[in-house]
Design a protein around this ligand. Sequence first.
Ligand SMILES: C[S@@+](CC[C@H](N)C(=O)[O-])C[C@H]1O[C@@H](n2cnc3c(N)ncnc32)[C@H](O)[C@@H]1O
Length: 251
Amino acid sequence: MPALKALVAQLGALALLFMIGHSGGLPFDHPLALAALQGAIAAFFAAGLRSARWWILIHLAFMPCIVLAAGGGLPPWVYLVAFAGLTLVYWSSFRTQVPLFLSNPLTVHRLAAWLPDEAPLAVLDVGSGTGSLVQRLARLRPDWQIHGIETAPAPYWLSRRLCRKLPNAYLVRGDFWQSSLTEFDVVYAFLSPVPMSALWAKAMREMKPGSWLISNSFEIARATPSSVVNVGDRRNTCLYCYRIPGTVQLK
Ligand SMILES: C[S@@+](CC[C@H](N)C(=O)[O-])C[C@H]1O[C@@H](n2cnc3c(N)ncnc32)[C@H](O)[C@@H]1O
């Protein structure tokens, strides 16, 4: 698990630094230099534990940032408030490996234009964040039902505020792994590479034949998209559209 590896790398680096210091092997004692050395050791351990590349940068910067912040003279409650705020926004990201970032307006327009138009659709955004997709799609398609499910309290609360005047937007707070996908014609996911294979397996078990799982940016390993929509925005967003196999058509 990435968070456990990070903890091991940090504690291992602290222990090694302590042992070197105890044996008199450190030629300097400036706090920032010590923190930089601890960061370098932690990054080395993290690479040995095969952590993802961005963890290396986090380890390099983590202890130096603590030393710099400690020298800034901020009152302790500032750290508590910052920690509480980040917890409410990112909630279980350390476990799910899905951070918060948002679908942009052009992506929502392209999605709305691409989806079949013959009948009203029930769409679910799994991990709906601040509701950026739900509110835009609900406005663009008042005849569709747009649902979102989000686990983190702060983005969920904001999404409820933003969608409060949209009668076809439905938001719940919860874990989409514990929720059924059966009633939806379209499930939209903007998550990370980590959960995509498991989400595809869940979609194949629960969704109706002919319905769609659409992944913003992250392809599903060992599955072939029926269509790829190039959004044409600055980040070259692609929507990978996977059709649930079977012969039944959308209602
Ligand atoms: C990258 S954001 C996407 C937000 C939104 N779908 C959009 O496109 O703008 C992913 C969101 O999924 C949420 N999330 C991750 N795992 C989840 C889970 N198992 N159940 C519900 N929400 C989850 C995260 O808290 C995060 O807010």
